[in-house]
Ligand binder design. Sequence first.
Ligand code: NAD
Length: 379
Amino acid sequence: MPTRRDFLASAATVLATGVAAQMLGQHGSQAQAAPSPQPTTQPTSDNQKKLGWAIVGIGKLTDGQILPALAICKQSRLTAFVSGHPAKVPPILKKYNLDPNSVHVYNYDNYDTIANDPSIDIVYIVLPNGMHAEYTDRALKAGKHVLCEKPMANSTDECRQMIETARITGKKLMIAYRVHHELYNQKAIELCQNGKLGKPRLIITDHTFHLGDVNAWRLNKKLAGGGALVDVGIYGINATRYLSREEPISVTAQITETPMDPRFVEVEESTAWTLKFPSGLLANCTASYNAKGTNRCRIILEDGMIDMEPATAYMGNTLRDPKPIDLPHVNQFQVMMDYFSDCVANNKTPDTPGEEGLQDMRIIEAIYEAGRTGRVVLL
Ligand code: NAD
């Protein structure tokens, strides 16, 4: 049965670069996940130029993607972990060949004391969605810049609060939309915007996988905020916006659960929604926690068609228009983290600030309302 990992790493057979080959090891067990990171034990002058990152939450994304990416970052280095399970830290330090003296360890109780730690410039929130708002807020108030995983939070109210805290503290807040840093998606934006194939008229996205663990936090409403829509459907929502460079004006939706399935008591199983855009563009999108792993995007333009499958995976994305287009496969997490370090170092506004996460959350709330009421919801 395909898992979430399969969904994200699917079609990782199309690997063009050394980085891509390195990442192939991540398709499978965690034990295979690590490339051979360079030791960060020596405080070289290079290291001193890099901004210090604290990672909050040592789960699958941190272990499988973020730590391998940090090992190859040019402007970012790991200086701290924040974890509710400090016992996780020593094996992780060993696995990534990190010097225990150069990585400070905090827990959720003494988290606020990162304020006194000059080795931390940026905090990366990699916790369950329902914890994003609180831990972002506390990091900003501790005087740190924040990169927060998607979805930004559980509600638009929480998103607005996070944006306000960033404004008051004068710190930067970026949402981790890694796909914005991926070359196949950037090429798709170019093809949608340069007019050679006409304007995009229809966009179809599907993001699905089997979530088998009935105890997963992703099935808990308080921790997850919602089901497949907020977890993976958000890639379709965000893609329709960055591809079209338009904001939707209305939405219709249907939401379903398999009767008696114990997984879908608190959050939804499958959602299909249609977004209408000012230019007349329509986007038909789906997300499910109970369907074969799928990750794809089709854009039908006035004079052409673009197919991406996978479209938003960690690695191995493809693009046809209709001929296959070959581009290098970058490590999206490395590029994204270095990009944010650069924004902080040079006082630039990131291209996916809190407002970007808020807009997706507005659309998510409208989709849930449309699904619940059966009505067209205006945005
Ligand atoms: P995970 O379950 O593997 O890890 C979650 C971490 O949170 C663990 O360290 C866990 O110990 C900690 N935690 C603290 N309190 C918890 C609680 N009450 N219940 C469960 N865990 C708790 O999750 P993950 O897959 O690493 O996802 C973390 C975040 O990253 C989520 O917001 C998710 O949406 C996001 N994510 C993003 C991508 C991406 O491609 N950008 C991919 C996967 C996950």
